[in-house]
Every structure is written in C-alpha cells, then in structure tokens.
Write a new protein. Structure first.
Length: 426
C-alpha cells in the first residue's frame, strides 16, 4: 500500500476530474492539443516567457486560440514566468492588459512584481504560480495563496506525500507535472546556459546545456610544458551527460487523483504536433477510464505503448515515489524510444468513396504500412494504396512538405486524425 493509499484510506475519491493541461508552442499545436482531449493549454506570448525559441503567440493568435479552445470547453493560459530584471519591467502593464483582452484565463508567473502588476491592471486573469518558484511545502503554498495566487504549480521535486500534505492543509488549486522532460537543476535555477552561451535560462534563453555531451579532464602543472590537460576518459568511452530521464506518470493515475492534484501538466512547448497529440490522447483515455469505474480501473498496455511512440528519452517517475538515483540519468548514448515518423494529417474524408485527403508531413509511399490514430482510441493499420495529388495525378511517393494527397482508407477517419509509419520501413 502506498503512502497515498494509507493517508486517504476510507476517504471518498474526489468527484470532479482533474484538469489535463497540455503544452502548445504554436497555434497549430494548441488546436491539436485541444482536439485530442486537453482541458486547458499553456502557451507563450511574445514577451516574459521561458521559451523564447518557440513559435510564441501574438495577441491576435491568442484570441484565435482562445476562441478555438472555447468551442471545446477548454481554457488557455499564458506563461509569463521569467525572473524580471529592471529593463524587463517596462511594458508589462500593457502586455498583461493585452492578455486579458484576448480572453486568456490565467497567467503562469514566478516574479512577485508581475503578480502584483497583474492583480492591479488585469484582475480578470487568474494567477498561477510557476514551478520556477520551487514550491514544495504547504506553508509556502499558504503564503502564495495569501498573496492572491489562485493556483500553485509545485516544484517537480515535490513527492507524492508532500502533495497530499499540501492539499490537506491549504485550500488552493495544485498543479503538477506528470509527463515530459525533467530539469537537471532545480527548475529554472540553472545558470549553465548563461555561462556557456550567454543565454539566460531564467529569461527564456536556455540552451539545454545539460543535454550536451562532455569529455572530462583534469589538469596538472608540468615544469616544461606548463599546465597540461589530462583526460579522465579513454577514447572508447561514451561522452558524459547530465541528462535525466523523462517523467511519465500514466501508470499511476489513481495515486495522482487520490492525492488531490487539480491539474495534470504535460511538459513540452518545444515538442512536435505528433508528440502533443499522442501524449494528450493517452492521458485523456486513462483519466476518463479511471473516472468511469475507479474500483475496476486497469491500465491498458496500449496507452503506455502510445506514449513510447512519442517519447524522446527513457521514462521514469521522477521524484514522486523515490529520490532519483544514477539509474534515473542517461549516461550512455540515447536509444531513441520513438521508432515512428509522423507522416500526415487528415484534412478531409469522403464517406461515399472512402477517400481521405492527407496533408503530408513526412515522406511516405505506396506499399508502406502506416497507422492512423485519433482522439478517444481511434486506431488502425493499413498498407498505403495508390496515392494521387489534388489534380488526380498518380504519385510514386508523397515527398513535398504540406502537399495534399488523396488515398483510400480502410476505415472512416476524421479531420485532425494522424498518420505515422515505423521508421526504417520501406
């Protein structure tokens, strides 16, 4: 029996579903995240966020994203979670008003000056405290609640029992990361990027230096040659990395629900459309299945298999149950866990003819086996038949980016369904 089960033994399971919160690094990713089951998405604007290299949103794009999400009953949050320097403050009032006017539901924020400014100039926005504040105890959560924060995104280092204790002691929404990359430092506190590339991790410029490969050296002074570098590795050794395995909690949905977590957050605003859709789809099915029948809930192997098709690194449970050890880091060359290429998106489907219009996203050709998948478990395999362009010309392959291709499918499909193939398959 886990600590969570012991702590909540005899208490009823919460009646409301936790929110499934997905990343959206672009307007296209937002639409796919919502379509595949996200209750909310978090995006970045043109300023004050920690992903300056993402396709961040203009105010016009925010409005379009909010309108699209609203059609599905979903919300949009904007990350404004930098640690601000003096020169960052100019313009923050107008920026927050613009976010509010776009219909955004909340900002995700770390810096107290942005919190206070938001309360003053954009009071309709909810304030969600960023994981960058590394909040891990209920007294700190209580402090932020008294400061007017509506939700606290806990540090990734908080374990399951600490989450339970926080929910028992403070009446405030709690959000935790349940899936995605883990920072090798306290989230947002790393300065390796600053030193190596002059890109500030805490102002949106992280170059992910912990993912690089390193050779290790020591030095000694030689009377003739001066300071000499002495390698601490053999030529055949693997390069050193500080890279951590990725977080994955899809096997532990019951514990997460019983802990009282209000929002299950997926990391990855820089990840692909395929990644976002696949991961959201799997968690959506798992959460819904649990709430349909908590007593008889069982994890389906296909959900985990789907996650593995989208994963970039090996997976673990982060800090939820144990302190990560050496086995939770990647020291060997990475074996990419996703042997699938995302090759197309369904744009239209003609029921009478069984012909789908596919927007090409990667090379595919007749004779290859592909998978079609969509929200709520839609899934089937087939061999690619003859393919034609929109003018009806038969093609030997789909090789042009975003080209619209027509092909006959063996089962009905819908717009936003995806097509992928196993890598290396001819």
């Amino acid at each position: 029996m886990t600590l969570v089960q012991q702590d909540l033994l005899g208490k009823r399971i919460r009646l409301e579903k936790p929110e499934l919160l997905a990343p959206a690094g672009s307007l296209e990713k937002l639409k796919f995240a919502v379509h595949y089951g996200a209750d909310a998405v978090y995006i970045g604007g043109q300023q004050y966020g920690l992903r300056s290299n993402a396709d961040n949103f203009t105010f016009e794009e925010m409005r379009e994203g909010v309108e699209f999400a609203a059609r599905y009953g979903a919300k949009v949050f904007v990350a404004t979670n930098i640690y601000a320097h003096n020169e960052d403050i100019a313009g923050i009032e107008d920026y927050l008003r613009g976010i509010q006017d776009a219909g955004v539901a909340a900002i995700i924020v770390a810096d107290p000056v942005i919190i206070e400014t938001c309360k003053r100039v954009a009071p309709k926005l909810e304030i969600h405290l960023s994981t960058q504040q590394s909040t891990m105890n209920w007294q700190a959560v209580q402090f932020w609640k008294e400061e007017g924060v509506d939700r606290v995104v806990l540090a990734r280092e908080a374990n399951m029992q600490e989450i339970v204790d926080i929910k028992k002691n403070v009446e405030v929404e709690i959000e935790v990361f349940v899936h995605g990359a883990m920072c090798s430092s306290y989230s947002g506190r790393c300065v390796l990027s600053n030193h190596f590339t002059d890109r500030d991790s805490n102002r949106g410029g992280c170059c992910q230096s912990c993912r690089w490969k390193y050779d290790l050296f020591t030095s000694e002074e030689d009377q003739q040659e001066g300071i000499k570098e002495i390698p601490l590795f053999d030529e055949e050794d693997n390069a050193f990395s500080m890279s951590s395995k990725d977080l994955c909690m899809i096997e532990h949905i019951p514990d997460l629900v019983r802990s009282g977590v209000d929002s299950f957050k997926i990391e990855g605003r820089m990840k692909s459309v395929h990644y976002v859709a696949t991961v959201v789809n799997a968690y959506r099915q798992a959460i819904d299945a649990y709430f349909e029948d908590p007593v008889n809930y069982e994890l389906k192997s296909e959900w985990l298999y789907e996650i593995q098709k989208a994963a970039n690194r090996p997976l673990n449970t982060g800090f939820f149950y144990d302190e990560p050890g050496h086995e939770d880091h990647i020291f060997e060359p990475e074996n990419k866990a996703a042997p699938y290429d995302f090759v197309g998106v369904v744009m239209e489907y003609d029921e009478a003819s069984g012909v789908a219009t596919i927007q090409q996203r990667n090379h595919f050709k007749p004779g290859q086996e592909v998978e079609f998948f969509g929200p709520k478990g839609t899934f089937f395999k087939q061999v690619v038949p003859a393919i034609h362009d929109e003018a009806g010309q038969e093609l030997d392959a789909a090789r042009h980016p975003l080209q619209r291709i027509k092909l006959k499918v063996e089962q009905p499909v819908k717009a936003f369904d995806m097509m992928r193939k196993k890598m290396g398959k001819a």
